[in-house]
Ligand binder design. Sequence first.
Ligand SMILES: C[S@@+](CC[C@H](N)C(=O)[O-])C[C@H]1O[C@@H](n2cnc3c(N)ncnc32)[C@H](O)[C@@H]1O
Length: 511
Amino acid sequence: MTLRLVSAPPSFSVFTCRAAASTTLPSPAPTPTPVSSIPQSPPLTCALHCPHFQSCSGCTHEFNLHRPVILDDATDFFRKHGVSDFTFDTCKLWGWRCRAKLAVRGSSTDPLIGLYEEGTHNVVDIPQCKAHHPNINAAVELLRRGISELGVEPYIEDEGTGNLRYVQMAVTTYNTSLPAAERYKNGKVQVTLVWNSRNENSPGSDKLNALANFLWKNGGPRSRLHLIHSVWANFQTSTNNIIFGNKWRHLLGERDFWEHVGGIDVSLAPSSFGQANTRAFDALLRKLQKYVPHESAVADLYAGAGVIGLSLAATRKCRQDLDHSEPLKCCVSFEKTIERLPATVDSSITWHHADASKEPFLWLVGSDVVVIDPPRKGLDASLIDALKNISSVERKALSSSESSNSAQEEKRPWVLRAKEASVQIGSKPPPDNITQSVPQTLIYISCGWESFKEDCKSLLSSKAWHLEKAHGFNFFPGTQSIEVLAVFKRGPPKKKPGKKKKKHLQGALRY
Ligand SMILES: C[S@@+](CC[C@H](N)C(=O)[O-])C[C@H]1O[C@@H](n2cnc3c(N)ncnc32)[C@H](O)[C@@H]1O
């Protein structure tokens, strides 16, 4: 298998609503449910019960967390486009967020640590957020104490002064010394302090070190309540709204941050893209694996730290090509993840630090399956065009392949691209027929429902693809958003088996 990465039966009873916020309990494995089976008027037990609702911009829906309002729209949309068995998986309804980026404002005596109020730059303190993993809230409280006790000045946006601008809290639930059922509630928090200075030698760094030491002393492994996995600093002095600067420093605790999702151990740097809902992401990856044939050639576009592609390499023995546009530091995380793949994985894996929108056909040629997981805004126009014109991409690839002699062969752009791979892993070289295949399966993973609908309509209008399956996942309970996994196949939809049988019978009668 080659991998190319560019940077239950339906039952209403499977629902995991609980009367109390059960964030300290592990949820049962989610079971997909046809949307029609999800109760329309559920009890209040699926409500948010959050004191910050309405003042904080994080959640927009207080009730029916198990059934985001856009589900009706999604069900209609997919039915209209040929998929009548759209399913929806729900997982934890509270305490699901394992990654949070929070602004720090206010004063050292009264720090505000939270999200902006809708449409403003006023920060709302959210100490009892119901979406956060409980240990994020505990780490935020510890940080608040540290800021006050040490006199750390929160950032003042208008003046560009103060020390601490943002904090990123990321929870790892990876701890093999604990029974699996205990791991989630015992998650440890990697804290990144976004400091308003150029680097660790700038004035004010004594306070940065004092704050890091405070967190470690009071939340590290020797403290009464071990909460903190590690402390990092990021240096940012820009006056724009970009949260992180380019300089990252590991200060205390474990440098490596591991998570176990999609059947593999994944290493993530604090600068890596990471899915916020670890549990729901795992459910999505397990579903995705079923749609990828064993030993196929996969191109994973918008790959981030490569989790999707590597999970497929490990579970489906795919060869992979990952395209990813993260900072190059992610390459280090990627290599660490590769080192921990099971020894049985003997795939050819290439990783490219590249822009998926530039010459996108180069990523398509040589793949049987293409997985795309773009940001919320959806696909780049050039990639949609290449996918819509997949037949001409295929013709070009075939004719180029047939007319090539060994000298010309080396000039074929996709052959050149393969040789330029940033990272090449696996003892198997890419197979010779890599130049001829173009994907027969397109798997679109989306966190942006509106942009997905547009992209989907555009792809279907070309008749180059049809929709075969669609699943939704409750990645963001309390919001209007869902994560979608849509499987497209090449060409027009197959005729329904019932109709085929009828034709066959008619034919037989004529004989
Ligand atoms: C929704 S995330 C998915 C990441 C990854 N598939 C995962 O699940 O961890 C989208 C990723 O695409 C990256 N990205 C955005 N524009 C890109 C482009 N033009 N080419 C390649 N990657 C891009 C972002 O940096 C981000 O890591």
